[in-house]
Each structure stands twice: as structure tokens, then as C-alpha cells.
Design a protein around this ligand. Structure first.
Ligand code: ADP
Ligand code: MG
Length: 274
């Protein structure tokens, strides 16, 4: 084994949260406390990623800057092969950037130990993939339970949470079905339940409707919007679907390794989605 996790070292608490901090805070101003401006949930700063295959170096991300606020839905568009999956994987700590930084809740994500990164993936985010990535031998209930078991919740609690999550996304009557016995839309709902089970603050979705028909795509997207409204979950959704991208609060387009923000009305969207 490699890294600090191998010797049982646990992460230090995040900077700025030490118990003694309260003693040096200034007193609240007269007239009551001022509402603090919320820090962004996630900030990517000058992210770079290059892949080396033999002598060849491909510079996919060349200084990506983006910000996600808590509870907002943000679309990520751009041509195939431009780097959307690469970016989502880095933001989800499934891969590391070549340079640059990701802050999550103000904390430098990649300064965490491997164990800390694993905890981030299990606890703070959910990932939804184009091809669902469900385990074929397991039932819907068992698939959705997995992340809770990885957080060392009891099987009994994990089962109850999974049943609740599957119910919430509309497949509460399919608990015992295996992926092969479910439609694409149902499989994606199971994957969304799996992403929800540990109550993440952010769901990263990589072309989540790329394999679904238009009607089912809309249903899945409306499910995301409902989860945003009801649970305050933020979403970053890579998509080629113009109609769905328009339903987001705002968006970024990946071009030449950079993320360009869209205006709120997506005026510049139409011919640039693909
Ligand atoms: N593991 C890898 N090794 C080498 N090149 C890669 C790897 N993953 C992705 N790439 C390349 O990086 C570019 C961006 O890929 P990707 O992030 O999958 O784009 P998108 O999701 O926008 O279609 C592509 O040119 C792809 O071939
Ligand atoms: Mg991709």
C-alpha cells in the first residue's frame, strides 16, 4: 500500500475550523449579526491536465477556472473529446490535475491524503455516468446500498437508506431487479439513488442522458431539478442536449482547454452545444 492511509493516519481538521477561532472573532455589529456571503461550494483554479501516451503529450485542460455555488445546476457543454469527462473526473477526485487547484468548501481538495480523498468521494459528492456503471450481479437495492456500506453504515441502515433513495427517484418498486432486468431510464434512476444515498452536496453527472431517449432524458433531468429544489444539491452536468442545458441555472462551454461561462439566458448556446 502507498500513502498516509497505509499507516492509519487520519486527516487533520480543515484549516480555519480550529476550536480556538471563536475567541478571536470580532463581536457582532450592533443591530444583530450580518449574514455572511456564502463561499462557493467548489472552485477550480487554473486546472491543467495533460495525458502522455508514449512520446505524445495531449494537453486537454489548459487553465480551467470555474465556480459552483451550493445548490445550483450548471451545464457543461463542448465537443466530444474536448475534455468534459476529464474535468468531471478531476472535480470528483477520481483523477488528479497536472497543475492547478480545486477548492471544495474552501479546502484544497488535493492536499488531502488518499484516505481523505476517498472520504470526499464517498461523502461529499455523487457521480452519475452515461452508462450507469451498475454492478450487474447485484440488485437495484444492493447497488444503491454500496456507498453507505463503504461509509461503514450497518447493512440494516444502508438497506433502509437505499430503499428510501430508490423510492425518491421513482424505482421503489424495483428493489429486487438486477440492471439487466431494468430499462435504461430505470438503471439511471438506480445510479442516481446510489449517488444520493450519502447525502452529497454535489452531483457530477457525465452525459447522464446520453444513452436515453428524449422523453426519458427529460424525466431524468426534471428529477435532477427536483433534487436541487428539495434537497439543495448542486449539479454539474456534462451534456450534448441543448434543451436540457437550457434548464440549468447557467453553464460553461469547454473550448481549447478553457471553460467559458455562458450568460444566464444561454444566448450564445444554440450552435455551440455540440
Ligand atoms: N487516459 C487517457 N490517456 C490518454 N488520453 C486520454 C485519456 N483520457 C482521455 N484522453 C484524451 O483526452 C481528450 C479528452 O477526453 P474526454 O475528457 O473523454 O473528452 P469528452 O468527455 O469531452 O468527450 C481526448 O482527446 C481523449 O482521447
Ligand atoms: Mg466524455
Amino acid at each position: 500500500m502507498r500513502g498516509p492511509a497505509a499507516c492509519g493516519v487520519v486527516d487533520a481538521p480543515p484549516a480555519g475550523r480550529a476550536a480556538g477561532d471563536a475567541a478571536v472573532d470580532p463581536p457582532p455589529p450592533p443591530g444583530g449579526p450580518v449574514m455572511a456571503v456564502a463561499d462557493p461550494l467548489l472552485v477550480a483554479e487554473e486546472l491543467e491536465k495533460e495525458y502522455r501516451t508514449g512520446p505524445e503529450v495531449v494537453r486537454v485542460l489548459r487553465g480551467v477556472n470555474l465556480t459552483l455555488q451550493a445548490g445550483e445546476v450548471v451545464a457543461l457543454v463542448g465537443a466530444s473529446g474536448i475534455g468534459k469527462t476529464t474535468l468531471l473526473y478531476i472535480l470528483g477526485a477520481l483523477d488528479r490535475p497536472t497543475a492547478g487547484r480545486v477548492r471544495f468548501g474552501g479546502e484544497d481538495l488535493f492536499a488531502r491524503s488518499e484516505a481523505g480523498l476517498a472520504r470526499f468521494r464517498r461523502q461529499e459528492i455523487g457521480f452519475v455516468f452515461q452508462f450507469y456503471n451498475l454492478l450487474g450481479e447485484m440488485t437495484a437495492l444492493e447497488n444503491a446500498m454500496l456507498p453507505a456500506l463503504l461509509l461503514r453504515k450497518s447493512a440494516r441502515e444502508a438497506r433502509a437508506l437505499a430503499a428510501e433513495a430508490l423510492q425518491a427517484v421513482g424505482v421503489g418498486d424495483r428493489l429486487g431487479h438486477r440492471p439487466g432486468e431494468l430499462s435504461g431510464g430505470e438503471q439511471q434512476r438506480v445510479a442516481i439513488a446510489r449517488a444520493l444515498i450519502n447525502e452529497p452536496r454535489l452531483i457530477l453527472a457525465d452525459e447522464p442522458t446520453g444513452n436515453l431517449d428524449p422523453k426519458t432524458s427529460e424525466v431524468i433531468y426534471d428529477l435532477f431539478l427536483r433534487l436541487q429544489a428539495e434537497r439543495g444539491i448542486a449539479f454539474l452536468i456534462a451534456t450534448h442536449n441543448q434543451e436540457l442545458a437550457r434548464k440549468a441555472d447557467r453553464g460553461y462551454r469547454l473550448v481549447d482547454g478553457h471553460a467559458r461561462p455562458f450568460d444566464a439566458q444561454f444566448h450564445n448556446l444554440p450552435d455551440q452545444v455540440k
